[in-house]
Design a protein around this ligand. Structure first.
Ligand code: ADP
Length: 254
């Protein structure tokens, strides 16, 4: 049997004296879509960022496709991998952020091609063909030669998602990808993510969009003070919250 796409065991993370992740466990198989919900400051983004080592973690295991991210164990001691190894591991996951981080001086298609050429070693022609395919998939092919400043926030985010997915990651990480958008642009981005989920893409998301989390997820995790407060299939979690905290959170999120 192949290892899980993502396996997190007893993950601990501190910022100085503040312990923000207090022993998180999460296993994701291929095609799983897991949404992290919860109050601001509960540790959702930090958890997501530990998966590709944008944040270092002090204790526990984070493994993608069976490979521990960032460290290896030698004689029971944790040894940090080389930067080259970590860069290779990072490319097993793709990430889309709240702020899309496109290069402003490059057209949409050049933004998508860049990683394919630099990291995957493709020729320009190969990268162009793959970039076209993914821009088409997110509905941005007609604007492939536009610069980020010439398209809307929702369109920029769709290009950023195409750029991450074109790299063929095993797991996609989405960090509040709609929270910087004007309300009328949110749905076009959510529709793209939903479409990718239907196609079997494995995804871990931080979101404030409860209806979306309900529709798209195979599992929802309610984060509470650095721990998993409650977790389960979305129908169960949203309909029958077991704790007062989740019930109150859901009430306030509507
Ligand atoms: P959420 O995504 O649920 O809003 P975060 O993971 O962003 O929560 O933050 C969890 C806690 O960690 C918060 O108390 C936040 O202030 C703190 N935190 C996040 N990033 C840093 C950092 N770089 N340095 C210090 N504290 C941080």
């Amino acid at each position: 049997m192949s290892p899980p796409v993502l396996e997190i065991k007893n993950l601990h993370k501190r910022f100085g004296k503040l312990e923000v992740l207090k022993g998180i466990d999460l296993t994701m198989e291929k095609g799983d879509v897991v949404s992290l919900i919860g109050s601001s400051g509960s540790g959702k983004t930090t958890l997501l960022r530990c998966v590709n080592l944008l944040e270092e973690y002090e204790d526990g295991v984070v493994a993608v496709a069976g490979e521990q991210i960032g460290y290896k164990l030698k004689n029971e001691r944790r040894i940090r991998l080389s930067e080259k190894e970590i860069a290779r591991q990072r490319s097993m996951t793709g990430m889309a952020f709240q702020h899309f981080n496109l290069f402003p001086h490059m057209s949409a298609i050049r933004n998508v091609m860049l990683g394919l050429i630099k990291t995957r070693g493709m020729t320009k022609d190969e990268a162009y063909a793959i970039a076209e395919k993914w821009l088409d998939r997110v509905g941005m092919l007609a604007r492939k030669d536009h610069y980020p400043g010439q398209i809307s926030g929702g369109q920029q985010q769709r290009v950023a998602i195409a750029r991450a997915i074109a790299m063929n990651p095993q797991l996609m990480l989405f960090d509040e990808v709609t929270s910087a958008l004007d309300p009328e642009l949110v749905n076009e981005v959510l529709a793209v993510i939903q479409d990718l989920a239907k196609d079997g893409m494995t995804m871990l998301l931080v979101t404030h969009e409860m209806q979306f989390a309900r529709d798209v997820s195979t599992k929802v995790i309610f984060m509470q003070d650095g721990q998993i407060g409650e977790e389960g299939p979305p129908k169960q979690l949203f309909k029958n919250p077991k704790t007062e905290r989740l019930a109150a959170f859901l009430k306030n999120s509507k």
